[in-house]
Design a protein. Structure first.
Length: 218
C-alpha cells in the first residue's frame, strides 16, 4: 500500500483526508524542492490547490521529478475544466475537488494506484468530444488502435499510465528520441493531439485489453 502525502499550505490535514487515509502526512508544497520527498514509487501525492499556485504545470512536473514513480492527484477548492486539462497534460493522474468524501478519495486512489486516470465526468465528456468524430459510433474508439505495431502499443500503454518519455525510454531500452518519434506516429495514427487524449482513448477501451483503468467523479 502506498503512503499518502498531501502537499498543502494547511498545517493539519482535513478530517475527510485522514478518514480515508489515517496514516496520511501533510507537507508544504515547497517540500518538493528538498531531497528525499519520498522513495521512488512509494507514495501517492495529493496536491491541494488551496491558494494560487502560479504555474501549475511547472509545479506538477517538479513533484514528478522529486518523487519519481509517484502518481499525482490534484485537489482543487474550485475545480474547473481548463485547469483539470492542464493538470493532466502536465502529468497528473487525477483531478478532483478538495471536498471529496473519504469513500470517493479511496476510489480515486484505487484507480490511480492501478495505473488509471481520474477526472470528472464533465471533463471526460469534453475531452472525448474533441475526437468523437474519429471514434465512429458510440460503441467506442476506432479499431485502428489494434493496428499499432507491438512497440507502438507498448509506448502508448506506458504513456497512458502516466509514464514520462524518460521513463518509457528506460523501461523499453530505447532512446527518448525514439519514444518521441513513436508518439508522433501514434498521435497521427489515432487522431489524437496529445498525451491526455491518448490516455483517455486507451482508458475508454476494454480495460482487460491494456491493463488500464479509468475513473470519473459524479
Amino acid at each position: 500500500m502506498k503512503r499518502h502525502i498531501f502537499l498543502t499550505n494547511r498545517r493539519e490535514p482535513l478530517g475527510r483526508w485522514l478518514e480515508a487515509f489515517p496514516e496520511a502526512v501533510v507537507k508544504a508544497p515547497s517540500a518538493v524542492k528538498r531531497p528525499n520527498l519520498c522513495k521512488a514509487g512509494s507514495a501517492l501525492i495529493w496536491l491541494h490547490l488551496d491558494t494560487p499556485i502560479g504555474d501549475l504545470a511547472e509545479t506538477i512536473e517538479g513533484i514528478l521529478r522529486a518523487a519519481p514513480g509517484c502518481p499525482v492527484v490534484v485537489l482543487a477548492n474550485v475545480p474547473n475544466e481548463p485547469e483539470g486539462y492542464l493538470a493532466l497534460q502536465a502529468g497528473a493522474s487525477g483531478y478532483s475537488t478538495t471536498l471529496d468524501t473519504p469513500e470517493h478519495l479511496k476510489s480515486i486512489a484505487l484507480v490511480v494506484e492501478n495505473g488509471g486516470i481520474w477526472v470528472g465526468r464533465d471533463l471526460k465528456r469534453r475531452l472525448l468530444a474533441t475526437f468523437q468524430p474519429l471514434m465512429g459510433d458510440e460503441a467506442g474508439p476506432p479499431d485502428n488502435l489494434d493496428s499499432l505495431s507491438p512497440r507502438q502499443r507498448e509506448v502508448a500503454v506506458a504513456v497512458a499510465k502516466g509514464a514520462s518519455n524518460k521513463e518509457v525510454a528506460r523501461d523499453l531500452s530505447i532512446t527518448e528520441r525514439t519514444v518521441k518519434a513513436h508518439l508522433s506516429s501514434i498521435f497521427e495514427h489515432l487522431g489524437v493531439r496529445d498525451r491526455v487524449q491518448l490516455a483517455l482513448l486507451l482508458n475508454n477501451r476494454n480495460t482487460t485489453d491494456y491493463g488500464l483503468k479509468y475513473g470519473t467523479g459524479p
